[in-house]
Design a protein around this ligand. Sequence first.
Ligand code: ADP
Ligand code: ZN
Length: 615
Amino acid sequence: MPDTLLYDALRKVFGFHAFRPNQENIVRAILAGQDVFAVMPTGGGKSLCYQLPAVLLPGTCMVISPLIALMKDQVDGARANGIRASFLNSSQLPDERDEVMRDLLSNSLDLLYVAPERFTLEHFREMIGRVKISMAVIDEAHCISEWGHDFRPDYLSLSALVTIFSDIPVAAFTATATNQVQHDILEKLALRNPLVVRASFDRPNLSYDVRFKDNPEAQLVQLLKGNQGKAGIIYRTSRKNVNDTAAMLQAKGYRVLPYHAGLSDAERKRNQDAFIRDEVDVIVATIAFGMGIDKSNIRFVIHADLPKSIENYYQETGRAGRDGEPAQCTLLFAQGDIPKVRFFIDAMLDETERARALGALTKVIAFAGNSVCRRKTLLDYFGESYPHENCNSCDICLGSREVVDCTREAQMLLSAMVRTEERFGAMHIVDIVSGSDNKKIRDFGHDRLKTYGVGKEHEKKYWRQLIDELLAQKVIEKSEGLYPTLFLLPKAIQLLKGEVHIQIVRVQEKKKATSHRAKSEVASTPYNQKLFDLLRILRKQIADEQGIPPYVVFSDRTLHDMAANFPRTAETMLTVSGVGEVKLERYGRQFLRLIDRFCSDHNLDYSKPGIPAEC
Ligand code: ADP
Ligand code: ZN
């Protein structure tokens, strides 16, 4: 296929001016009739890899996807670009399904999404035998592997796919596959001499930040303040914490809704829809939330509790920034959270499960507790070595590190613990060394201890952090139960005697994470915030009128691009990333009119491109 045809379709249909890494290779292989197996991270642009050939090849491209909830969004997205797309699944009424079948039989579909169980239906197989299928796609291909975290038995029926579709390419995609899972998928699907692509798992537009969890409520409020009006997810472990956090934020006026398995199906759906449609900014959720979310404009993900594993953390944070624009991932972490998780793990009956959970927890603790580049640690986990010294967008790489000797301060804490017979929790010990005056201190007479107030020169936060460090370095331990107390480990005795010293690495925040990376590599050009806000309002209006999510109308990236370049004509509008011919035709006029009005309201020169970002 000539280059021009390929690039023309990329531009005209999708409004994109360049391929993302690996997309072109995959598209070319499919067009040449080759099978494909591709592991690409979320946001890597997998849909384009088959939607583009679907448009170019005669016949219907059949996409098998397990996520029924997502099919409608994917079809809406494809249709918004003028692609003739539909889906078939159990959520439809028989009449709706009949209509789709009719379209399929009359060769009026470029793309058809189906659920895997369709393939077990004889009449469905018989029917697809009567139409021209251009290619078959297996989305979420890891579901076929028992080794994966998301095995679906009905996916095993797909191993027969290459026999059903013996003369067309079969392409399998996934965002999660360890080498073992990859091997398993390839074996089960029996693809024929496939092009195998394993893209980097790096998500360059995501910045990572681990903060000492000191006062989660206040920290969450502070984080939301810095992300006003932006879409985000806050993950919490328990349903109770989800409810409490959501209520706390609502009371402070934030547009927030909860999501967890304890809510009714109807309420969960309502809350998820409100989030997808930009009606609330933030979802506070357990990990039950996320699968089946295609929303591309999530700008931040906060973990207020420890994630279960690195894999979970990667998947959960991966929901941010699918559109390629900068997004922020924050983990609030304190060693004090570990016993709670341990408690649940220890209660697991299955020994293998327990060992697995414990191994996963250890890796998460290392990720959060070590002062190694977060990106590097994440990529290491997937067996990928990060080639740069400094990623420039995680708290470690952006901060300045210094090693400080805290032996004297640690001795103060330990001595307070000894003098109170190791019968108190962290808060009280901190109150003693920092000389707090409260009832508990007075009742126990702890204001008369020798260590009372010896550490006044430091803030309480300093002491809490140091306790955290002593827990991490196994100098002390925390008992389990409702009122956990701190007790000394053998190393504490050595420390008190001065036989060992304790050093901690302090990371001081130096620069602001996202902006730094954004300027260098992620290249979100400065844009006019006021215009962007107006464009967002228009996008929401159009989306509501059409009953589709706002990000399907245009992504944040497209609106940023408009608010940076002020397109004034249909021609320049087409140069904006994400504006193809159909979208120009459908929405172009309304957006151009808004930009026109904005320029005249602000006395901006019509003719000049590159209008200043601030006006
Ligand atoms: P994945 O399925 O791999 O998670 P998607 O197919 O949803 O990723 O694509 C993620 C986002 O990237 C979408 O908003 C999509 O429009 C955008 N995108 C895909 N390919 C390109 C490209 N070549 N140029 C610009 N944006 C792209
Ligand atoms: Zn880094």
